[in-house]
Design a protein around this ligand. Structure first.
Ligand SMILES: [Zn+2]
Length: 209
């Protein structure tokens, strides 16, 4: 669920609670880009690992389809599944990043259904989703967390230090300090509603620059 709503402790999320500590932090793996959810997987330092996870996932799915249906021709029918095996961030179509988040597009499940017995479709989809999640966690997310944990230890960013530097005002106000014009583009009123149950119109009326 945390992957699905992108609420994992990436640097851009940490800024929401500890802006003073992390405001200048970039992705600690490449040191160049901001670390949002997509970047964890698309980071240039992780691209070979992600490529390998994707290839292993295709192999895993083909294996499951072959076990279920001996007539499945992996070399021929594999072409039908090509759309989803794409490593990029695209708001207009499903990519492998969506599969990492646990989203199985209807078109993918329909294609799996085409090659499997009715009773096995759901089982294969669940197994595939679990396989991709486990691989992503073990090979990218956990090593990244261990690396950042060690860095925080080196910088003496203890729990107590963080507690002492927690944001003293809601993040949308902290964020506005640095980006005065981003209220509309970042849908801050909507976020305010989701995080704090506030009123969208009230937010815009009371937060006039
Ligand atoms: Zn990076």
């Amino acid at each position: 669920m945390r992957f699905l709503i992108e609420e994992i402790p990436i640097i851009e999320q940490l800024k929401k609670s500890f802006y003073d500590i992390y405001k200048d932090w970039k992705c600690q793996i490449c040191g160049i880009e901001n670390e949002d959810f997509d970047h964890v997987w698309l980071c240039s330092e992780n691209c070979l690992i992600l490529q390998s996870i994707m290839e292993d996932s295709i192999f895993y799915l083909m294996e499951q389809l072959l076990i279920d249906n001996e007539n499945f021709k992996d070399d021929k029918d594999l072409a039908d599944f090509h759309d989803f095996w794409d490593i990029r961030n695209d708001p207009n179509s499903f990519t492998f990043i969506d599969l990492i988040k646990g989203i199985i597009p209807l078109s993918l499940s329909q294609k799996i259904r085409k090659f499997t017995k009715k009773c096995s479709t759901e089982k294969i989809i669940i197994c595939l989703r679990n396989y991709i999640l486990t691989q992503s966690l073990e090979r990218i997310w956990k090593p990244r967390c261990n690396f950042v944990k060690q860095l925080e230890k080196d910088f003496k960013l203890t729990k107590k230090f963080k507690k002492d530097h927690v944001n003293t005002m809601p993040f949308y106000d902290v964020c506005r300090k640095g980006n005065a014009d981003n209220r509309d583009t970042e849908l801050l009123g909507l976020r305010h509603l989701i995080y704090y149950g506030g009123n969208i119109l009230e937010y815009y009326n009371t937060h006039v620059d």
